[in-house]
Design a protein around this ligand. Structure first.
Ligand SMILES: Nc1ncnc2c1ncn2[C@@H]1O[C@H](COP(=O)(O)OP(=O)(O)O)[C@@H](O)[C@H]1O
Ligand SMILES: [Mg+2]
Length: 421
């Protein structure tokens, strides 16, 4: 993985590479995906079944025979370099990038266990993550509710912040639902660090197609990716998760307003997503931490104070911790489809959400209030970023509680004293 690399990425370029344009020896090289039932890595990894397959790569579930048969994921990448020098360079790049990945330590990133190259196959062994990727989840269940998406997005912000904070910064570049696994415990993990691109035969490594049309920012196409390109892809991913509209099926860089597709989404959340997918990177969040702050649920105290000044109880408001919603991985009921105004799409196995009428759009207060989001609608994204973090408010609130408890004890002592006296 490198800080930035150009991507000549035509729409829908994420499919299998076309081998006809390159000098290869296809008859002597078996494509990826035929390792089931074999043992690779000098008798160490017994390949069980295939988990996923791209053009020149495949991912398998395997057992590590050296470590109590633990489950691992083995990613197989097949190169098609006819030129021995090119293959040598690709092997070197593979080793270097796999070693770099092995230095990453974050709860949302699978641990790298091993790597090796055999003939023209390059294998990366990593921690097996149980669960299902969010692309499959979307296909099965349709859009997800706002709080669930918020919790996942906050986790993704955390891992992106970690990557962007590395020296040199690591730009993930292919964030999309298919590269996020939802674990049974509701947490999300990031997979597919793009190492397979080293073996794409069409181009040199530094011009290899990166990213996926629909989720890729304009800079992905010009090779000037930076942290804000990941912010764009995160925004595109959230847009897909909230609306059910798959951006890879539409011309790139066009995102209808979130609430046009799913009016149940709050205007604050819509504003965050729409800011993240601005075409101009300067208009997006400057950093993923800025995006995280904008995503964090608002403190309800301010609103509560404004609406119910009579609240005298010592109990502070207890906003839901960001991660709590992660467990709610049961999807939101898809918004029922009414006369769709979205561009035509290839048939999807779930209902597309309803679209409000132009009148509703010009008068957003007519749109149904999103049930779980009691936060007042904000007309612009700016005030969102200015909100303090919920977590940061915790200790302060506890301090208030402690003060009240002390006062109560003092009163009781005084009462007892007065009674005795
Ligand atoms: N570490 C892992 N643990 C479990 N499943 C994985 C792991 N890595 C990949 N997969 C599965 O394999 C699929 C393809 O993996 P990915 O690395 O995204 O390959 P590709 O380069 O083909 O996109 C994923 O969508 C996921 O379902
Ligand atoms: Mg992938």
């Amino acid at each position: 993985m490198r800080p930035a690399a150009p991507a000549a990425l035509p729409p829908h370029a994420a499919g299998p590479p076309v081998t006809g344009a390159v000098a290869v020896t296809p008859t002597t090289i078996a494509p990826a995906g035929g390792l089931q039932g074999t043992v690779v890595g000098r008798g160490r990894y017994a390949i069980d079944r295939m988990l996923g397959r791209g053009g020149m790569s495949a991912v398998y579930m395997a057992r590590d025979l050296h470590v109590a048969g633990r489950l691992v994921a083995v990613k197989e990448m097949v190169d098609q370099f006819a030129d021995a020098q090119e293959r040598l360079e690709a092997e070197r790049d593979f080793a270097r990038e796999a070693d770099m990945l092995a230095t990453l330590h974050h709860a949302a990133i699978p641990t790298i266990i091993d790597r090796f190259s055999e003939n023209n196959r390059h294998l990366l062994v990593m921690e097996y993550i149980s669960g299902e990727n969010l692309e499959h989840k979307l296909e099965a269940h349709g859009p997800f509710d706002e709080e669930t998406v918020r919790a996942w997005a906050l986790e993704l912000c955390s891992v992106l912040s970690y990557l962007h904070g590395r020296q040199p910064p690591v730009v993930f570049r292919d964030l999309k639902p298919g590269n996020i696994i939802l674990q049974p415990d509701g947490r999300v993990r990031l997979i597919d660090f793009g190492i397979a691109r080293l073996f794409k035969p069409q181009q040199k490594a530094d011009t290899t197609a990166l990213g996926t049309s629909g989720y890729a920012s304009p800079e992905h196409y010009t090779g000037q990716t930076d942290a804000r390109s990941d912010i764009y892809s995160l925004g595109a991913t959230m847009h897909h998760l909230l609306t059910g509209r798959d951006p890879s099926k539409f011309p790139p860089f066009q995102f209808p307003p979130v609430r046009d597709l799913n009016p149940a989404v709050s205007s604050e959340m819509a504003a965050v997503v729409e800011k993240a997918v601005r075409t101009s990177h300067e208009k997006r969040f400057a950093t993923v931490d800025d995006m995280r702050k904008a995503l964090e649920p608002k403190r309800k105290k301010k609103n509560a104070a404004a609406t119910s000044p009579a609240r005298t109880s010592g109990a502070p408001p207890t906003p839901r911790p960001a991660t709590a919603a992660a467990n709610g991985h049961a999807p939101a009921a898809p918004v029922p489809a009414q006369g769709s105004q979205t561009p035509p799409v290839t048939p999807a196995p779930f209902a597309f959400p309803s679209i409000p009428t132009p009148q509703q759009r010009s008068n957003p207060s007519n749109t149904p209030a999103p049930a779980p989001a009691p936060v007042a609608a904000a007309p612009t994204p700016a005030p969102i970023a200015a909100q303090p973090a919920v977590q940061a408010a915790g200790p302060g609130d506890r301090g208030v509680q402690r003060g009240q408890a002390r006062r109560l004890r003092r009163h009781r002592r005084r009462d007892r004293g007065a009674h005795r006296g």
